[in-house]
Each structure stands twice: as C-alpha cells, then as structure tokens.
Design a protein around this ligand. Structure first.
Ligand SMILES: *Cc1c(COP(=O)(O)O)cnc(C)c1O
Length: 471
C-alpha cells in the first residue's frame, strides 16, 4: 500500500502561531504589530499560492519551516518598509541639483543649525534684546540685502510659491503682461499660465515666441494692468533669431506707468567676492544684477544654485516687499523655523567668506581633474568585484533643476559592466539597498559619477556596488 502523501497546507503555520515565534516577535518594534501581522499573512498567502500552483510540496514546506524561511522573508519585508519614505541616499548620478534626490545638500554646520532648532525651542518671532515681537525673517531679510543689494527680502516655501505670491499680490483680478517666449513649463507642475490662473490674474501675452520688444509691453498696458513680469525659461533654451527685452527697460516702463514689475529668476545665481564664481553654469543672470536692473521684485529658489534649504526668496524694493508681506497668502506660504535657520546659516557662510565650502557650490565648481582622484579611488576599490569589468571614463555631469539648460560639467566616471547582472538590474539593486544609491545607466553599463559623491560616502558606495554585483 502506497504511503499517503502529507497535505502541504496542513504543514503551514497559522498566522497566530507565526506571530508567537521569537524570531518574528523580534521584528515588531520598527513596524508595529498590525503591519507585522499583515506581512506574515501575505507571506503565508504566497506560500499557499505556490502550493496551489504545484511549485511547493509538503517536503518543501517542511524544509522552509525547518530553516526559518518565514521569519527571514518577513524580515525582508520589514527592512523594505524601514527603507521607505524620505531617507538618506548616495547620489552618483552626477546631477548636482537632482530634484528627485532633494536638490542641494547642506553643509554639516548648516545641517547642525537646522537640527538644533528642530530639537527644541528657538528665537523665531521675538527680538530677544528688546523682548518685542518681530518678523521671523527679519534677520534673513538683512542677509539677503547684504548679498543682493536689494532694499528688502522675504522668504516663502519655494520659488513656485514666490511666483504665485507675486502674481496674486499685484495682479489678482487684474492683468499681468508676460512675453510669449517666457510662458514656460518648469519641472512638469509649474506652468506660468496655470499659476496665473490660480492667482486669478489675467494673462496678457505679448510679442512672438522668439522676439519681444519693449513696444510690445508698452502697447499692452491698460488701466487694468497690475504687473509686468519676466520669467527665466530655465530648462528651455531658444537659439537663433531671438530678442528679449532688457530688464532695465521693463523696470523703467513700470516706473513710468506706476505698474509693479517682477522677474522670476528661477535658479538664482548668487555670487560673493570671497567665493569662486559659478561661471561653469553658463550665463545665468546674477540675482544682484537682476536687482540692479531696477525690477521691483526678483524671485529665486533657495535650493538651486544658492545651495540652501528648499525656499522661495523674494528680494527687491521696500514697498513691493511690504505689499507681499501684507498678503494673506504669505501667511500660508511662510517658512518654518528649520528652513529659516538653514537659510540664515547658508547666507552667513557665503557672506563670511566660506562660500566655497557650501557643498552645492563646490560640486558645481569642481573641474574634471578635481573629480578624477575620487573616480580612480572608486575604480581601485571595485577591482576584482565578481563578474565585473571596471574602468574610468571621461563624461559629462549636469547642474540639474533647469538651473543652466544645455550646460554640462566635464567629469570622470567609473563605468561598471557585469557579465552576470544587467545594468538596469544593478541600478535597481543599488536603489533598493541600504544605503540607497542612485547611479546612471547608459551605453549598456552602470556609470558612477563621483562629482556628486559627498565626504564619508566612499566606503558605503563601494560596499553597495560590490554587493549588487553578486550574481
Ligand atoms: C525652478 C523654478 C521654479 C520653481 O521653483 P521651486 O523652488 O522648485 O518651487 C519657478 N520658476 C523658475 C524660473 C524656475 O527655474
């Protein structure tokens, strides 16, 4: 008589029993009981489906139970859960201002100031010498004045908010004149005409896509005009037969007709005599230059070329900034203590002669020869990795975030090819590992660009790449 084959379903532990096993109990703290139970149930359900499909028999189930495969699989799900959300990452994509990776990395001292105010109370809306209530961005405004030559400054959540605040303050229910060549979309969710509509401003387009003259602006001014606005086309560049109106002429036209003027600069190139210039990012207008043109309000991002935390900075004429401050929307867009502390610390470093130490500035300014030693050290430490060929190749990095369209930075990369793992799969393993690593896949290889590698990340990167290469 043949022995009866045992029923594999009977050998599966129940969810309750699994949740009592010490190996599974130990996994509870980071995720909590409810999620742990869901992970156990999902894993057991996967085993049940494997039995149903004939891929797992009783012996297989017994073997899995014996070696603790359930707890191991649940541990994998717990680890993945712990790595979700906003966690640190290593950027070897070579894109310096990578929006997907949080744009500007902070200097350790700046990060420490931010952490210090986050952890406790701080002096935010009180002058501690007089004891009187003050504006939270009073200090920031002073620093912005010193850096840009503007009469006043104010800060909001990001530059999209800054542009919205400008349109809403000066052109709500009125007309805003913009050149057709500047009605751009930036980064998918910021479209000048759409922001205008949200601010309840009536967009008046002037000129042609490639040419706009001052007479076009002048001819469009009516008693309903609330704003003359210039927008930096950022990630979009025109070449050939083009003509743009000099900002000084727009400023003069505004003054002549009593109409406010604004310029959304976007990337906001800020220079200081003690810091090396950001001349490698092309011919970006400097904030100080834009202010000097006489335009009423100039807006730019805190986390693009300036290299600070996410913010929208608005600098310009005293009355214009005061009008922005009076708008109810400012209250809804204002910065929190952490971002403010980070911005102050960033600007203080720049004004105090330490601008070259700001990570974003240093990464944008590094020459190919300055990147090379990091690439060579990386290649040397990856030598002998399983199934891999590693070489050092010249390539180009990008400033990113539309801060200098069509501009590239000469760099040196480490190219990794594996006979066992496809480059796309290598990139996936690196992204989902700990630490998370973001590299480039191009020309059928994995490219690591050390331009964006920060101090202290070399060892972790080497270990991550070596482990991803294990077949
Ligand atoms: C980047 C950019 C924005 C959006 O700025 P955020 O700080 O990302 O909100 C708006 N306008 C221009 C011209 C830009 O370059």
């Amino acid at each position: 008589m043949p022995t009866e084959t045992p029923n594999p379903y009977r050998l599966l532990p129940s969810v309750e029993a699994a949740l009592r096993s010490p190996e599974v109990v130990a996994l509870e703290p980071p995720v909590g009981r409810e999620l742990l139970q869901a992970f156990v149930a999902a894993e057991l359900e996967a085993w049940r489906r494997a039995i149903q499909a004939g891929e797992l028999d009783a012996a297989g189930v017994a073997e899995r139970v014996e070696r603790g495969a359930l707890a191991a699989a649940v541990a994998g799900r717990v680890a993945e859960e712990a790595g979700r959300g906003v966690v640190p990452a290593i950027n070897v994509s070579g894109v310096v201002l990578n929006t997907g990776l949080g744009r500007a990395p902070m200097h350790p001292e700046v990060a420490a100031r931010m952490a210090a105010v986050a952890q406790g109370y701080c002096v935010l809306e009180v002058d501690r010498f007089s004891g009187k209530r003050n504006q939270r961005d009073e200090r920031l405004s002073e620093l912005l004045q010193r850096l840009t030559g503007a009469e006043a400054g104010i800060a909001v959540n990001n530059n999209a908010a800054a542009a919205m605040l400008v349109m809403h303050t000066f052109a709500f229910g009125r007309e805003a004149i913009v050149s057709r060549g500047e009605l751009v979309e930036i980064g998918g969710s910021f479209r000048v005409p759409d922001v205008m509509r949200s601010a309840n401003a009536k967009l008046v387009e002037v000129g042609a896509t490639n040419r706009t003259r001052i007479a076009d602006y002048a001819g469009a001014i009516t008693p309903e005009t609330g704003l003359l606005m210039k927008v930096h086309p950022s990630n979009f560049r025109q070449i050939g037969f083009i003509e743009e109106v000099p900002p000084g002429e727009i400023a003069d036209l505004g003054t002549e007709h009593g109409v406010p003027t604004a310029w959304d600069l976007g990337s906001g190139r800020v220079e200081h005599p003690t810091a090396g210039p950001l001349d490698r990012v092309g011919d970006e207008t400097e904030v100080a230059e834009a202010v000097a043109s006489g335009i009423g309000v100039v807006t730019f991002s805190g986390d693009k070329l300036l290299g600070g935390p996410q913010a929208g900075l608005l600098v310009g004429k005293k009355e214009a900034i005061a009008a922005l401050r009076k708008n109810n929307l400012y209250r809804a867009m204002r910065l929190d203590k952490v971002a403010l502390a980070g911005l102050e610390a960033t600007l203080e470093m720049l004004l105090g002669g330490r601008g070259d130490q700001l990570p974003t500035r240093a990464l944008l300014r590094a020459t190919r020869d300055e990147v090379r030693p990091a690439a060579e050290a990386l290649a040397a430490d990856l030598e002998g990795a399983p199934f891999a060929t590693v070489d050092v190749v010249e390539d180009r990095s990008e400033p990113g975030s539309g801060s200098a369209p069509g501009t590239y930075l000469d760099t040196v990369c480490v190219r990794v090819t594996s006979t066992a793992v496809r480059p796309g799969e290598l990139a996936r393993r690196l992204r989902s590992g700990a630490p998370a690593v973001f590299a480039r896949v191009q020309s059928d290889a994995l490219w690591l660009d050390p331009r964006t590698l920060l101090p202290g990340q070399h060892e972790g990167l080497v270990a991550a790449v070596r482990s991803a290469l294990e077949a």
